[in-house]
Design a protein around this ligand. Structure first.
Ligand code: DAH
Length: 341
């Protein structure tokens, strides 16, 4: 339809009279684009009216009608543009809101780790002996039969050499059996071979036995070996050193007693028991280094004497913390382990 007179222009105005409501109801840029096309696009009433302008033969009337149509289009366009600004800033505000970080929210902390109680125990015991002047050494877990037994004066027929106690490895040549060390004592021999006396050393480490897991046994556990060799070391030095260790580790009122025992690599040998938590409990094995061991490693048994001791780290941790089942230490349950921070 092309307006040829005032009545036609009124009709055109009438057809877009609801433009303010239609523009206002568009709530996104996409919706507004559709409304804009309906109002002033090529196929809209305004667009159609423009297309027909050429049909008006009178130049003055054509110019006047063209201007009137343009005025209507300009009004519509400014309505749309105003709404476009409003919708754009509302959309931007919504994006800002949804992307906003709430800095007042409580954070999620990573859980704090802790050393295993056996590691803590080992570290603490090492510290005590370092305080007494000892150095720290470590040795191989896969050991030769020589260092694990022979160098320690353990006879070839000793039952602990049997496969039912010792895990042997199918490794190396058969003249020299390789096994998983059953105690940290082999480091006594290895250390003395490498270092001249005076010797004051502790050796923490993992040891292995052909045992099944129960409340007091595990095929893998940890020991700490101690060795002191010097001029004139006596059994009194052994007792004083280990009693002092027990008081530092279990508390200053801890009483200890030494009960005769037998180990092939010490003579005399003893077990040290301690009185803690209202009862006597066996803590460790110890004794004066047997001269046969000094002979094996090239120390002069006429010149030096010494004492040695070996203790289980799991046992120390259990006595110290009143843990009655070893399996609590093997479990990776953090609810248990976190109690011993
Ligand atoms: N090696 C012994 C064991 O595993 C413990 C031990 C006893 C170590 C007496 C020593 C010692 O150094 O003197 O049962």
């Amino acid at each position: 339809m092309t307006p040829h007179d005032t009545a036609d222009l009124d009709e055109l105005r009438q057809s877009v009279a609801d433009a303010p409501e239609r523009v206002a109801s568009a709530s996104s840029i996409a919706e507004l684009d559709v409304v804009e096309a309906d109002l002033v696009g090529r196929s809209s009433p305004v667009g159609e009216a423009r297309k027909g302008l050429g049909e008006i033969k009178d130049a003055d009337q054509r110019r006047a009608t063209g201007k009137a149509i343009n005025d209507i289009a300009t009004d519509l366009k400014s309505l749309v543009d105003a709404r476009r600004d409003a919708v754009a800033s509302a959309e931007q505000a919504a994006t800002l809101m949804s992307d906003a970080v709430d800095v007042t929210l409580a954070g999620r902390r990573p859980r704090r780790g802790t050393h295993h109680v056996v590691q803590q125990t080992t570290d603490e015991i090492i510290d005590i002996f370092v305080g007494l002047g000892y150095t720290v050494a470590t040795g191989p877990e896969a050991e030769t039969e020589f260092y694990n037994f022979t160098a320690l004066n353990i006879p070839a027929t000793h039952p602990s050499r049997h496969e039912s106690d010792t895990p042997y490895l199918d490794y190396g040549d058969k003249d020299e059996e390789i096994l998983l060390r059953t105690h940290t004592s082999p480091m006594q021999a290895r250390y003395m071979e490498q270092h001249d006396p005076p010797t004051y050393v502790v050796v923490p480490g993992k040891v292995f036995r052909a045992d099944a897991v129960d409340a007091t046994h595990s095929p893998v556990f940890h020991q700490l070996e101690g060795l002191a060799v010097d001029d004139g070391i006596t059994f009194g030095d052994l007792k004083g050193t280990l009693a002092s260790f027990a008081k530092q580790f279990f508390g200053s009122s801890t009483k200890v007693k030494f009960i005769p025992h037998y180990f092939p690599f010490t003579e005399p040998s003893a077990e040290m028991h301690a009185y803690t938590n209202g009862k006597w409990i066996e803590l460790l094995g110890c004794g004066m280094v047997d001269p046969a061991v000094f002979d094996q490693v090239g120390y002069d048994a006429e010149k030096v004497t010494g004492f040695a001791f070996g203790m289980g780290m799991e046992r120390m941790a259990m006595v110290r913390h009143g843990i009655t089942d070893l399996r609590a230490l093997l479990d990776a349950d953090r609810r248990i382990l976190e109690q011993y921070r």
